[in-house]
Design a protein around this ligand. Structure first.
Ligand code: HEM
Length: 129
């Protein structure tokens, strides 16, 4: 059987990474220009959990197609892409003074944490040669 050298899964992660990079950098530019640094945690996490982590997911899923073929990848994809936007929304609201979204931040961070655990299991199982 011919092994796939690419994974569409990886390409989707790379595109999402680029979207988060644009959002993270432009929020940084806004913070610098306005002098309003209050959303720096959102900026830092858009860049690190969005751009940097997603780009690494994309590169790994392309390098190891077995990771992309695993059901773990599917579950990680949806949990991560629900958890991260929800967390960013909640952290933005909290830093703007709406503390009512603290429970959402808690739930979203656990959802994101489960996605990261699934990713780690996938690396251990499928990121071999
Ligand atoms: C044009 C691009 C960027 C601009 C204009 C920018 C701007 C800023 C500004 C104004 C702050 C707040 C600093 C402060 O209040 O002390 C900040 C913090 C931060 N930025 Fe960026 N940033 C950019 C790109 C990035 C990228 C690409 C990353 C990560 C991959 C990143 C990660 C962080 C982190 C982690 C912090 C928090 C630092 C801390 O709390 O000490 N930034 N950035």
């Amino acid at each position: 059987m011919k092994i796939k050298v690419d994974s569409p899964h990886g390409t989707v992660w790379l595109r999402l990474a680029a979207v988060y990079f644009v959002a993270g950098v432009w929020l940084g530019i806004y913070m610098g220009a306005s002098g309003d640094r209050s959303l720096y945690p959102v900026h830092a996490h858009l860049n690190l959990l969005g751009w940097v982590s997603m780009a690494l997911f994309g590169i790994l899923f392309r390098k190891f197609p077995a990771m992309g073929a695993s059901p773990l990848a599917q579950a990680q994809f949806w949990l991560y892409n629900l958890g991260l936007p929800a967390l960013m929304l909640a952290v933005t609201a909290i830093h703007r003074g709406y503390r009512g979204l603290e429970p959402l931040a808690g739930v979203a961070s656990v959802v994101l944490g489960v996605a990261v655990l699934l990713f780690a299991v996938n690396v251990f199982r499928n990121a071999g040669n």
